[in-house]
Design a protein. Structure first.
Lengths: 306, 196
């Protein structure tokens, strides 16, 4: 456990390097985005002006981002805001609070239409206590309501802000390395037989072993019995990771080169990307066969040594 | 065959990550280098962690992990910088001599834990107060300097107290950062151009 001797001093030290500054928008500024920002505490509205007073005069601002570009909105004390921007999709990800920020629990995105003023609605952040929570990244929810009749008074167009994708979505996406990580070799034990399985698991949305992720898999397995006779099987299946490091999978295993019938199987894999233990049940016509194995990911092991 | 292979497979599995790497001599000379942004709007995080010397426990760290506090669209613990990268000989070095560089997307983050460089790779978890104290927000794209943290060794080296050192006491760090981002798209932030 680590305790901190100067916890408060740190907050002040997290400033950006002086020359880093703000990435300025590159304004061709053929569009504008308007709306209203409000805070709610205990079911009651706290206006931007009231919130500024509660926070001792800290400036409350609103910033939109599109890639590397950021655009600062003008915010009135009653919460009405407007920002001149390039046409396109802009993300609303944080509220500036003095030198800090309140990052929205759910980022929003809004469409700025070319040559027009676009009302994105009334953006509401809910707090238990605005004074202590605003700027501490403690907002409970963010909602958007269509108050554009009142806000825009029929001028411009309406395109309400909507929940945006995760800003780190690209980093979490499956890449080539994640796909290669699914190639596994496994030494398997089934009754008196030994088996060598080569399989490939391909994740869908997130890397393998990521909690809540799905995968499809296919593989071949060769068994050796005590007399060194061999039999081969082909298997396909799909799986799910209920927790990080756990994979539950199931599918069908079909014998190759013999007249046997395909049998369903279920597998629990427990371990990391490098290696894991496997517990498998094959529901064969003659009864359930239990297997145990240790798998290894060659791509991972090789990478660990380079 | 399998009976002979199995001990080999098990040894390779267990050895992965513990044994020396064949590229260690090369890696030792690799300079600290900021990774290029992988998507638009990211922020480069730079910081330094100094360990008090001792006989027991880690003298350095090999990985620094973050928890993302906001947005909450997806549970998200992530590695900010590590020496445990696969194929690290072919990738940028993110930790050297106590300095680290890493990339985050817009959000609010806390330091979650450090992995020590000792034989057992000790896990140094931040306590609740420590996490809150290290919370930072990455909003506008740019470079954030988290500053210098001094790890003061506790009794027998089993625990540490993290103390923040004023930046003014380590002016040489700016040169380290400049060298780490030289030739990368981050360099344009230091030159005031505002976007890579």
């Amino acid at each position: 456990m680590i305790s901190f001797a100067l916890p408060l001093a740190l907050a002040a030290a997290l400033a950006s390097l002086p020359s880093a500054g703000t990435a300025p928008s590159r304004p061709t500024l053929r569009a504008s985005v308007t709306g209203r920002l409000r805070f709610v505490q205990g079911g009651k509205t706290v206006s931007v002006g009231d919130a500024q007073r509660l926070l001792g005069g800290k400036r409350i601002g609103l910033t939109l981002r599109a890639g590397w570009n950021v655009a600062q909105a003008r915010v009135d004390p009653d919460g009405r805001f407007s920002a001149d921007v390039d046409p396109g999709t802009w993300r609303l990800e944080w509220i500036d609070v003095g030198e800090g920020a309140e990052v929205l629990p759910t980022p929003l995105e809004a469409e700025a239409r070319d040559g027009r003023s676009t009302c994105i609605g009334q953006v509401t952040l809910t707090f238990d206590d605005v004074q202590s929570e605003l700027g501490a990244n403690a907002a409970g929810t963010v909602t958007v309501e269509d108050k554009c009749d009142e806000l825009a008074k029929g001028k411009g167009s309406v395109s309400l802000a909507k929940p945006a994708g995760d800003p780190a979505g690209d980093q979490l996406a499956v890449d080539a390395m994640d796909v290669l990580m699914g190639l596994r070799t496994e030494a398997a034990f089934q009754k008196d037989d030994l088996g060598l399985r080569v399989s490939w698991s391909v994740p869908f949305r997130r890397p393998l072993s990521w909690q809540g992720n799905f995968l499809v898999s296919g593989g071949v397995i060769r068994y050796w019995d005590a007399d060194k006779n061999t039999r081969d099987a082909l298997e396909v299946g799909g799986g799910f990771s209920p927790y990080g490091g756990i994979e539950l999978a199931g599918g069908l295993q079909a014998p190759l080169g013999s007249g046997g019938k395909a049998a369903p199987w279920a597998n629990l894999r427990w371990g990391g990307n490098a290696y894991a233990l496997n517990f498998r049940a094959i529901f064969a016509p003659g009864g359930t066969v239990w297997c145990f194995g240790l798998d290894l990911t060659p791509f991972h092991v090789l990478g660990s040594f380079l | 065959m399998i009976r002979r292979l199995l001990p080999l497979l098990a040894a390779a599995s267990l050895g992965a990550g513990c044994l020396p790497r064949v590229t260690d001599p090369w890696y030792a000379f690799k300079p600290l280098r900021a990774p290029e942004p992988s998507s638009d709007g990211q922020t480069l995080i730079f910081g330094t962690i100094e360990f008090e010397r001792g006989f027991i426990g880690p003298d350095d760290f090999i990985e620094i992990d973050l928890t993302r506090v906001r947005p909450t669209t997806e549970d998200f613990d992530r590695v900010l910088a590590t020496k445990r990268l696969l194929y690290r000989a072919f990738r940028v070095r993110q930790i050297k001599d106590g300095h680290f560089v890493g990339i985050v997307d817009p959000g609010a983050y806390e330091l979650r834990r450090l992995l020590g460089d000792d034989l057992g790779q000790s896990i140094l978890d931040m306590d609740e107060d420590g996490r809150r104290a290290t919370r930072f927000t990455a909003t506008r794209p740019g470079i954030i300097d988290l500053g210098v943290f001094h790890m003061k060794r506790g009794l027998l080296g089993a625990s540490f107290t993290m103390i923040q050192v004023p930046r003014s006491e380590r002016p040489e760090r700016l040169a380290v950062l400049k060298a780490a981002i030289a030739g990368t798209r981050w360099e344009r932030f230091l030159s005031g151009e505002g976007r890579p």
